[in-house]
Design a protein around this ligand. Structure first.
Ligand code: ADP
Ligand code: MG
Length: 306
């Protein structure tokens, strides 16, 4: 028994690590055949997705006792609209996406999709309705075509190609000697963070889910790549209920509502213009980021005139 407990703990460790990294849930369950903490109710029914309205009602959550992470979060994403969540690192932004996906259950309050509590529906149907473009996509050790087609297994070659083009990665793939048959992943061609993210976007375009979560991590990308990814993301989120967790505030300007999260509480909320007028946390984050961008720009010009 002792011998057995070590690898089991280890699997649990990997499982938690992967979950922490907000790796694609679908991949996680495929790659590791381990039981999730959350189980379906015996009478769980399939989620009936209508227009795709998402609602958080006074959600409280803690990973560990005595350390509350979300302290009463309420917001609504009307069907087809976009809500952005911004705030300092560690505020609980990614936790919100993990709860919507039901990696964990809330301690109190509720999360509803078109009026149905996520705890009352099958996890399979819940996850089929939600597309996630995570911060860090892990690719399968398979062809790039397979990795894209994973979004919808019965997609034709033509559909895979179109999705790749929409995600701004089509010409990159075609420039590879083996094109769509190129092996990627740990044992194949290593793709950059931005390329992997675009593969995830292509996959999501194929999946065409009614609800989208974009956990952007574009701060590490150069601004050209970021713009390309941004236009791909704009395309997938059009007419879909979207929650976008944004690190760069430039990506949230057009959101219907921006929620500023701080230490598990909603500190401010409103449109970009209203939040700027308020002159609070969002406005100061915006100022700081603009200064950083301007400094970056000055540096670039200085380099060019060298
Ligand atoms: P954000 O995405 O805003 O940076 P997260 O939602 O990832 O923040 O995390 C919020 C807080 O929860 C952080 O303090 C983080 O350390 C903590 N946290 C995240 N996952 C776990 C976990 N599995 N166990 C304990 N604490 C966690
Ligand atoms: Mg996060």
């Amino acid at each position: 028994l002792m011998q057995l407990s070590v690898p089991l703990n280890f699997i649990g460790f990997i499982y938690r690590e992967i979950r922490q990294g907000l790796t694609d849930i679908e991949q996680m369950f495929d790659l590791l055949d381990v039981k999730a903490e959350v189980v379906d109710k015996p009478d769980a029914v399939a989620l009936g997705v209508g227009a795709g309205k998402v609602e958080f009602r006074d959600v409280r959550f803690a990973y560990e006792p005595n350390r509350q992470i979300l302290k009463g979060i309420s917001f609504e994403v009307p069907a087809g609209r976009t809500v952005a969540i911004v705030g300092p690192s560690g505020a609980g932004k990614s936790t919100i996406s993990r709860l919507l996906f039901r990696f964990y259950d809330v301690q109190s309050g509720a999360i509803l999709i078109d009026g149905q509590d996520v705890r009352d529906v099958t996890q399979q149907s819940l996850r089929a309705a939600i597309g996630m473009v995570p911060q860090d996509t892990v690719l399968f050790n398979d062809t790039i075509a397979y990795n894209i087609r994973y979004g919808r297994i019965d997609a034709s070659d033509e559909e895979v190609r179109r999705a790749a083009e929409l995600a701004q990665i089509g010409s990159f793939i075609e420039s590879l000697p083996e094109g769509y048959d190129t092996m990627v992943g740990e044992r194949g061609l290593k793709l950059s963070g931005g390329e992997k993210q675009r593969v995830a976007i292509a996959r999501t375009i194929l999946k065409a889910p009614p609800i989208l979560i974009l956990d952007e991590a574009t701060s590490a990308l150069d601004s050209h790549t970021e713009q390309e990814i941004q236009s791909a993301l704009d395309l997938v989120s059009r007419d879909r209920t979207t929650i976008v967790i944004a690190h760069r505030l430039s990506t949230v300007i057009s959101a219907d509502e921006i929620i500023v999260l701080k230490e598990g509480r909603i500190e401010e909320r409103g449109t970009h213009a209203a939040l700027l007028r308020m002159g609070g946390l969002y406005a100061s984050m915006w100022d700081r980021q603009r200064e950083a961008t301007e400094a970056e720009e000055r540096l670039r010009i200085a380099r060019e005139t060298d």
